[in-house]
Design a protein around this ligand. Structure first.
Ligand code: ZN
Length: 150
């Protein structure tokens, strides 16, 4: 990886960690899950508004390190409008990217998610990067009709 590209990725992560996108409770969400990474103390609550198989809207709240916050922020940007199957394919590609365990070239266009490619050099940070994705899978499988407003 060239130094320029590394700097660009670093800037993207810093930007999203300082100004996370879609950082709010999502009114009318019909799927929700809470994720916690005890190794680092990262917490994320993910809200989804699913219409059939399509993610109509997505937002998150929480607190954590720069990597986990930026990952959740870019996740929400990436997944709005995507189907459940597309989201699962992206998670597969993203996990390969950050663990460095690829079984061939990625079959999905990871877009901005490639900014996390450097995480594969820091195994302790892999859980920070994937926390919001594991939370996503949990949220997709949460079939409550409405999120509690308590
Ligand atoms: Zn972390």
């Amino acid at each position: 990886m060239t130094t320029d590209l590394r700097d660009l990725y670093q800037e993207l992560i810093v930007d999203h960690s300082k100004r996370p996108r879609n950082f709010r409770r999502l009114e009318g969400a019909n799927h929700r899950a809470v994720g916690y990474n005890p190794l680092c103390g990262d917490r994320v609550t993910l809200y989804l508004k699913l219409d059939g198989d399509v993610i109509k809207d997505i937002a998150f709240e929480g607190s954590g390190c720069a990597i986990s916050t930026a990952s959740a922020s870019i996740l929400t940007e990436t997944l709005r409008g995507k189907t459940r199957a597309q989201a699962e394919a992206l998670f597969h590609g993203f996990r390969e990217l950050v663990t460095g365990n690829t079984d061939g070239p990625a079959e999905v266009d990871l877009g901005k998610l490639v900014a996390f490619s450097g995480v594969s050099e820091f195994p302790a940070r892999v859980k920070c990067a994937t926390l919001s994705w594991h939370t996503l899978v949990s949220a997709l499988n949460d079939d409550r009709k409405e999120v509690s407003t308590e």
